[in-house]
Write a protein that binds this ligand. Structure first.
Ligand code: NAP
Length: 293
C-alpha cells in the first residue's frame, strides 16, 4: 500500500511516525518547510517530496494535518495539490480542524476525480499524538471510512464514523464548545478560591472527586494556580476553532452565548501576548486584572 502524509507539525509529525513504527508502512511525506520533512525522513526512513502532488503520486491513502481551511484547499485541490496525482479509488483523510463547509466542498471535488474524502479531526493534543492515543471524529462515505480506519488505528484509541461529509468537523465543534465553557468555569473557580485564601491544591484534590471533576481540572489545575501555560493547544488555535463554531451556529441557529464570550476572553489573552499559551490561560486575565488595578 502506498501512503503519503502532508503536514508535519506538532500533530502530524508523530502521527505520521506511528504509521511507520506501529503500522510497518512506508510513508512519503511533504512539509511546506522542507527542513522539517528532512528531519522526519531521517527519523523514520521515509522519502520526502517537494510538493503535495509529488508526495501523493499513485498513493492509495493520503493523510493531511495542516492549519486551516485555506491551507487544506491548497494542499488538496491547489495547483500542486494531492488530488492531481492520487490514483483513482484512493482515499484522502484530513486530520486538520477545519469547517464542515470545506469538508463537504473537498469531498465533492474528490468524488469528481474518483477519489474518497474523509474529514477526521482529532482530539487529545500533542501528548495524544505522541503517544498514539488520539480520539478521531469522522465524516464521509462508509466505504472510504472502512479503508481509512485500520490506518488511523495506528495513532488513535477511539475512532468513529459519525455521518456524512462534514460530520467529523461538526463533532469537533461540539468538543471545542464543551471545552470553552468548562475552562472558563475552572478559571473562575480557581481564581475565586485563591482570592478567598483557600489552599487551592487541596481544595481541588477534594472537589475533583465530586461532581465538578473533569479532565481539565485533573490535568491543568496545578499549572493554572502557578500561572504556567505551556502545556498544549494554543489560544491562537482555539480562536480559529471557536470562529468555526460561531460561523456554523449562525447557519444552524444553535445559540452559543458562552462560547462567543469565551472567544472574546481568548482575544484578551492574545492581547496579553498569550497567543501561544495553552487554553487554560483564561485564568491569566484575572491575574493581569490584579496587576493593573
Ligand atoms: P502546527 O504545528 O502549526 O503545524 C501545522 C502544519 O501545517 C505544519 O506542517 C505547516 O507547515 C503546515 N501548513 C500550514 N499551512 C500550510 C500550507 N498553506 N501549505 C502547506 N502546509 C501548510 O499545527 P498543529 O498543532 O500540528 O495542528 C494542526 C491541525 O491540528 C490544526 O488544524 C489544529 O487546529 C489541529 N489540532 C491541533 C492540536 C494540538 O494540540 N496542537 C490538537 C487537536 C487538533 P510548516 O512546517 O511549513 O509551517
Amino acid at each position: 500500500m502506498r501512503v503519503a502524509w502532508i503536514g508535519l507539525g506538532v500533530m502530524g509529525y508523530p502521527m505520521a511516525g506511528h504509521l511507520v513504527t506501529r503500522g510497518g508502512l512506508e510513508v512519503t511525506v511533504y512539509n511546506r518547510t522542507a527542513s522539517k520533512a528532512g528531519r522526519w525522513s531521517d527519523a523514520f526512513r521515509g522519502p520526502a517530496a517537494a510538493t503535495p502532488a509529488a508526495a501523493a503520486q499513485d498513493a492509495d491513502v493520503v493523510f493531511a494535518c495542516v492549519g486551516n481551511d485555506d491551507d487544506l484547499r491548497q494542499v488538496t485541490a491547489g495547483p500542486e495539490g494531492a488530488f492531481l496525482t492520487m490514483k483513482r479509488g484512493a482515499v484522502f483523510v484530513d486530520h486538520t480542524t477545519a469547517s464542515a463547509l470545506v469538508a463537504r466542498e473537498l469531498h465533492g471535488a474528490a468524488k469528481a476525480r474518483g477519489l474518497g474524502f474523509v474529514d477526521a479531526p482529532v482530539s487529545g493534543g500533542q501528548a495524544g499524538a505522541e503517544n498514539g492515543v488520539l480520539t478521531v471524529m469522522c465524516g464521509g462515505d462508509p466505504e472510504d471510512y472502512a479503508r481509512a480506519k485500520p490506518l488511523i488505528g495506528h495513532f488513535s484509541r477511539m475512532c468513529k464514523l459519525l455521518g456524512p461529509p462534514g460530520s467529523g468537523q461538526l463533532a469537533k465543534m461540539v468538543n471545542q464548545i464543551a471545552i470553552a465553557g468548562l475552562v472558563q468555569g475552572l478559571a473562575e473557580a480557581i481564581n475565586f478560591g485563591m482570592k478567598a485564601g483557600l489552599p487551592m491544591e487541596e481544595v481541588i484534590e477534594v472537589v475533583s472527586k465530586g461532581a465538578a471533576g473533569s479532565w481539565q481540572m485533573e490535568n491543568r489545575h496545578k499549572t493554572m494556580i502557578a500561572g504556567k501555560f505551556d502545556f498544549g493547544f494554543a489560544a491562537d488555535w482555539m480562536r480559529k476553532d471557536l470562529g468555526i463554531c460561531l460561523a456554523e451556529s449562525r447557519r444552524n441557529g444553535a445559540p452559543l452565548p458562552v462560547t462567543a464570550l469565551v472567544d472574546q476572553f481568548y482575544a484578551e489573552v492574545q492581547r496579553l501576548g498569550g497567543g501561544r499559551w495553552d487554553t487554560s490561560s483564561l485564568i491569566a486575565r484575572f491575574q493581569n486584572l490584579d496587576r493593573t488595578r
